[in-house]
Design a protein around this ligand. Structure first.
Ligand code: ADP
Ligand code: MG
Length: 556
């Protein structure tokens, strides 16, 4: 079927194109970063696939990304000799959005241009950003290993449909030709294009080449540094270079909060360059993980199966791990159950947790941002990663009856430092909201005695905090469970009064028990209330009421 076909974009693509053209205009240069990044990904993929099928090289292993411009035709062309695409690939990749988190992305849009531009950035502007500067885009592509007569030409004005036809293409890989919008002539300038490349794509590990501006010289010049940033000495890398590299790999528009760059030596050698983003991505809570941590072996990209390289509760970490020792000629399947990978994952996890605690010790403001953005995810680690529970416990921050605000700022260390004489437990309450926790009648006795209580209201707290059990030898105790024994903190007179009122209430308790019958397990007097007449509690081994509601709402 060489015939030309016209197909419609998926509705989301149309919506994204509209948004992008309007929100990204002030940032339009990034189209080049996106296309270079796609070219680089395509070459990485070819190199990986060719490890097990060298025919894919087609005798061309001189990998590079070319950028050319034509003042008369008013075009900019970005070419690569990477993996290329067949007809199905083109329809799938350039006609739809196949990303996970797409639905969440569209739901998160606000209509506020600045905010939306940021969201689009996180979502990954990608190929469609071409239309910010071009009113027509042509893609010529041939997949590695496919006959030259079975290449594909894709073309669109970004107005809802695109055409696709089979063509002849000698070279393997992809050419993206941008027909510039009427007012974009300033981009038809070799120096301008070089500046953009150096600004956004300097760290791309492949050579990015452009024709010499000297018309007498018919040669291609390498425009970028073309060295892998992470292979350089940290002392020789500027903050700006670290930040640009982060934006490249994370598809984020804003600077990261912190990074760790470290060469690991021991039973195996590898380098990690990992970042904490400045803000949580909109799809932090959706199942699938993407744009995570990329694994390289001696600078060749292998995979970005983030879950193999980082635990789920660190799914917001972005960056690169480059191993010296893993074999290059391994399949993805074998990598899935490689013990060396498990060791890399576990050591890198510890490094990242150390980065967090360093941040807590060195920069309170940044740590507060970190905790606000990612604390709820980090708490999942209490359930997921028992081996690091103590490390994680030190990172926790809480809102408490003493802190007096819903900002989570109090560490367990701080709590213990303020414990009352005779207090041997860390008390907490879990509720559905901060207000419900703060105003719970269960807290009355604690307020009266001046005992601080942790106020928990993140959904993850229901399961994660009980998992902690103890910290520095102090047991964690939910105030809504069982009898709270504060007798260590009471004087003789209080005890006598309590005994007296308990005796007086005996008759009342029997009547209540008779009336409530099966509805309750027990009715008893308590000294935990000061102004409320009664409250409901579960027994020591029962399920916390707010957890019960959570499970019910989840259909359990
Ligand atoms: P992303 O790069 O985040 O996947 P893009 O919108 O940039 O999103 O690209 C969409 C898809 O189109 C890519 O995942 C890839 O499969 C395909 N693609 C884009 N450019 C190229 C290229 N130069 N060579 C091969 N495939 C490409
Ligand atoms: Mg891309």
């Amino acid at each position: 079927d060489t015939q030309k076909e016209t197909l419609g974009f998926q509705a989301e693509v149309k919506q994204l194109l509209d948004l992008m053209i309007h929100s990204l205009y002030s940032n339009k240069e990034i189209f080049l970063r996106e296309l270079v990044s796609n070219a680089s990904d395509a070459i990485d993929r070819l190199r990986f696939d060719a490890l097990s099928n060298s025919a894919l090289y087609e005798h061309d292993t001189d990998f590079k990304i070319r950028i050319a411009y034509d003042k008369d035709a008013r075009t900019i062309t970005i070419s690569d000799n990477g993996i290329g695409m067949n007809r199905e690939d083109v329809i799938e990749n350039l006609g739809t959005i196949a990303k996970s988190g797409t639905r969440e992305f569209f739901q998160a849009l606000t209509g506020d241009q600045q905010k939306d531009a940021n969201l689009i950035g996180q979502f990954g502007v990608g190929f469609y950003s071409s239309f910010v500067v071009a009113d027509q885009v042509t893609v010529l592509t041939r997949r590695a290993g496919v006959p030259t007569a079975e290449a594909v030409r894709w073309e669109s004005t970004g107005q809802g449909e695109y055409s696709i036809e089979t063509i002849e293409k000698e070279s393997r890989g992809t050419d993206v030709i941008l027909h510039l919008r009427a007012d974009e002539d300033e981009l038809l300038d070799g120096y301008r294009l070089r500046t953009i490349v150096r600004k956004y794509s300097d760290h791309v590990t492949l050579p990015i080449v452009m024709k010499s501006e000297d018309k007498d010289k018919d040669e291609w010049e390498v425009v970028n540094t073309a060295s892998a940033l992470w292979t350089r000495q940290p002392s020789e890398i500027t903050e700006e270079e670290y930040n640009e590299f982060y934006k490249h790999i994370s598809h984020d528009f804003s600077d990261p909060l912190a990074h760790i760059h470290s060469r690991m030596e021991g039973t195996q050698e590898y380098t990690i360059l990992l970042y904490v983003p400045g803000q949580a991505p909109f799809d932090l809570y959706t199942r699938e993980v993407h744009h995570g941590v990329k694994l390289y072996v001696r600078r060749v990209f292998i995979m970005d199966d983030a879950e193999k390289l980082m635990p789920r509760y660190l799914r917001f970490i972005r960056g690169v791990i480059d191993s010296t020792d893993l074999p290059l000629n391994v399949s993805r399947e074998i990598l899935q159950q490689n013990r060396m990978i498990d060791a890399i994952r576990s050591n890198s996890t510890k490094k990242v947790l150390t980065l967090f605690s360093d941040l807590a010790n060195s920069d309170a403001e940044k740590y507060a941002t970190f905790w606000e953005q990612f604390g709820r995810v980090v708490k999942e680690g209490l359930l997921e990663d028992a081996s690091n529970r103590d490390r994680l416990a030190k990172l926790l921050r809480f809102s408490t009856t003493t802190s007096g605000s819903n900002a989570q700022t109090v560490s367990l260390e701080e709590y213990i430092g303020r414990m009352k004489e005779g207090q041997d437990k860390i008390y907490y309450i879990v509720a559905d909201s901060y207000a419900a926790a703060k105003d719970s009648p269960l807290l009355e006795i604690f307020k009266k005695k001046g005992i601080e209580v942790l106020l928990l209201s993140d959904p993850v707290d229901h399961l994660a905090i009980p998992e902690l059990q103890e910290y520095e030898g102090k047991q964690l105790q939910s105030v809504s469970k069982g009898a709270v024994d504060l007798s260590n903190l009471e004087d003789e007179q209080e005890k006598e009064e309590q005994q007296k009122s308990a005796d007086e209430a005996k008759g009342l308790l029997e009547r209540l028990k008779a009336v409530l019958g099966e509805e309750v397990k027990e009715v008893r007097t308590t000294n935990r209330l000061t102004t409320s007449p009664a409250c409901l509690v579960v027994d020591e081994y029962g399920i916390d009421p707010s957890l019960k509601r959570l499970l019910q709402s989840a259909g359990q």
